[in-house]
Design a protein around this ligand. Structure first.
Ligand code: 5GP
Ligand code: ZN
Length: 135
């Protein structure tokens, strides 16, 4: 399943050239065009899924294995000191390209990036309510 209007379908399937670090039957791993650190890459599925909500079992089970393997190899090759794996779903969560992908972000001491999470400040009662709303 491909979407002919989707740029990541075209990149993943080799119709548009990319700086490819790795490729197999399910994924292409490319350097991000606007990296946030040196070596910032994207795991892009060859099938078109809008995001995590929609990926099939095969893609889901292989994606994290590949993320681990890439993190190990990229750490070795790029000499980074740590690693962020980030995956955005829907516009409100920062997804700008509506085709499933995972960010692989090498981190270096003093790289100037933050990528930190800001606590939203919930009381213990509010946490209880959140828990109950999931039951
Ligand atoms: P999102 O915000 O959807 O999680 O991430 C989309 C990422 O794709 C961004 O980091 C952006 O820089 C990257 N990107 C957008 N268009 C292209 C492209 O044509 N080629 C490559 N290599 N990366 C792209
Ligand atoms: Zn697509």
């Amino acid at each position: 399943m491909k979407d002919e209007n989707c740029i990541f379908c075209k990149i993943a399937n080799g119709m548009i050239p990319s700086r490819t670090l790795y490729e197999d039957e399910n994924f292409r791993v490319i350097l991000d065009l606007n990296p946030v650190t040196r070596g910032h890459a994207l795991i892009v599925s060859k099938e078109h899924f809008r995001n995590l909500y929609e990926i099939d079992d095969n893609t889901a089970s292989r994606a994290l294995v590949l993320a681990r393997d890439m993190a190990v190899k990229m750490t070795e090759k790029f000499g980074c000191d740590g690693f962020n794996v980030i995956q955005n779903n829907n516009e409100v969560a920062g997804q700008t390209v509506i085709h499933f992908h995972i960010h692989l972000i090498p981190r270096y001491k003093n790289d100037g990036q933050t990528l930190t999470m800001k606590p939203c400040g919930m009381t213990s009662e509010e946490l209880d309510q959140v828990k109950e709303s999931f039951d």
